[in-house]
Structure formats: structure tokens, C-alpha cells
Design a protein around this ligand. Structure first.
Ligand SMILES: CC(C)(COP(=O)(O)OP(=O)(O)OC[C@H]1O[C@@H](n2cnc3c(N)ncnc32)[C@H](O)[C@@H]1OP(=O)(O)O)[C@@H](O)C(=O)NCCC(=O)NCCS
Length: 147
């Protein structure tokens, strides 16, 4: 991510995501920008583009020795339903495996049916129920050592 270049597009995307996941709440732009500035210290933000269009983005945080956390995952609405969300989650799983993590975690709003369907299909299970939101977790089985 090039924050200077990508920030306006990310902000537009994040505002849309807020309407879905936190209806009635306003995104605090100062918080969002500073969180993105800090992202490189404990994780990564990756942007996926097609020409000039931002197709999707993935924000990963290295929260603990054993788990990699999907802090944010989003596909541009024009590209929904083509399997890109699933592909982004697969990128997170691949990154977690490379880092030798045992699990991938995320938080989701229950009313976000699209995201809920995606995570359930991919094997995520509820780790904690916060009411309107869930903490979910995908265990990563240890792969056999072929070396
Ligand atoms: C959640 C999100 C990333 C999914 O992206 P996507 O590219 O549409 O995902 P996919 O095409 O891989 O489809 C995901 C799943 O949605 C489900 N789905 C498709 N259409 C649906 C619909 N109309 N209603 C509910 N679920 C639907 C399917 O189960 C599909 O899984 P499958 O491919 O195994 O059948 C995307 O909707 C998004 O960016 N939302 C806004 C940001 C957001 O809420 N992020 C999640 C924060 S936790």
C-alpha cells in the first residue's frame, strides 16, 4: 500500500463497509488514517487492483504468536459474487501458514450475511459471541513435513 496514493480510495471503501457492519455509526477518519499509518508495524495492508480500479484490500495483523488476525477484508461492490472474497481469505490463510500460525481470526457483524456465509463456508467457527458481533477462528491443521 502507498498510503498517500491509496488513502482516498480506501476511505471510500471503508465508509461503505461501515454502513454494512456498523449501521448508524460514523467512521472516525482520523482514527482510520492513523491506524493505517501504524499498520506496517504489526501487520500488512495489501491492495488488489485491476487497472485503475481498486478491486479489494486485505489488512492483516500479527496479534499473537499463534494467530494471524484479519483486521479488514473488503471487495469493491462492483466485483462481489465472483469469488474474490474467498480468494482474499485464502491469501490470509497462506500468509498465516507461512508465519507458522495455528489459526486465523477475525471479527464479523452477524447481520453481514454475505461475510457470515463466506466465513462459515471456509470453516471459521465462533470463538466468542459479543451479541451483534462474533469473534471467529479458523484452526490451521499442521501440514505434514515433506522436507
Ligand atoms: C464480505 C465480502 C468480502 C465478500 O466478497 P465477495 O467477493 O462477494 O465474496 P465471494 O464472491 O467469494 O462470495 C462469498 C460468499 O458470499 C455468499 N453469497 C453470495 N451471494 C450472497 C447473498 N446474496 N447473500 C448472502 N450471501 C451471499 C456465498 O456464500 C459466497 O460463498 P461461496 O462462493 O462459497 O458460495 C464483500 O461482500 C465485502 O467486501 N463486503 C463489505 C466489507 C465487509 O463487510 N467486509 C467483511 C468485514 S468482516
Amino acid at each position: 500500500m502507498d498510503l498517500k496514493r491509496d488513502y482516498p480510495k480506501l476511505l471510500t471503501m471503508q465508509k461503505q463497509s461501515y454502513q454494512i457492519n456498523f449501521p448508524g455509526s460514523e467512521l472516525e477518519e482520523i482514527w482510520f488514517r492513523s491506524a493505517l499509518e501504524m499498520a506496517k508495524y504489526d501487520g500488512s495492508v495489501t491492495i488488489y487492483e485491476s487497472g485503475q480500479a481498486l478491486v479489494g484490500w486485505l489488512w492483516l495483523t500479527d496479534v499473537s504468536d499463534e494467530a494471524l488476525h484479519i483486521r479488514h477484508i473488503q471487495v469493491n461492490q462492483a466485483y462481489w459474487g465472483r469469488g474474490i472474497g474467498r480468494w482474499l481469505v485464502e491469501q490470509a490463510i497462506a500468509a498465516a501458514r507461512e508465519m507458522h500460525k495455528q489459526a486465523v481470526t477475525l471479527n464479523v457483524t452477524k447481520s453481514n450475511l454475505r461475510a457470515m456465509a463466506l466465513y462459515h463456508r471456509m470453516g471459521f467457527r465462533t470463538d466468542h459471541d459479543y451479541g451483534e458481533r462474533l469473534a471467529m477462528r479458523l484452526e490451521l491443521p499442521i501440514e505434514p513435513n515433506t522436507g
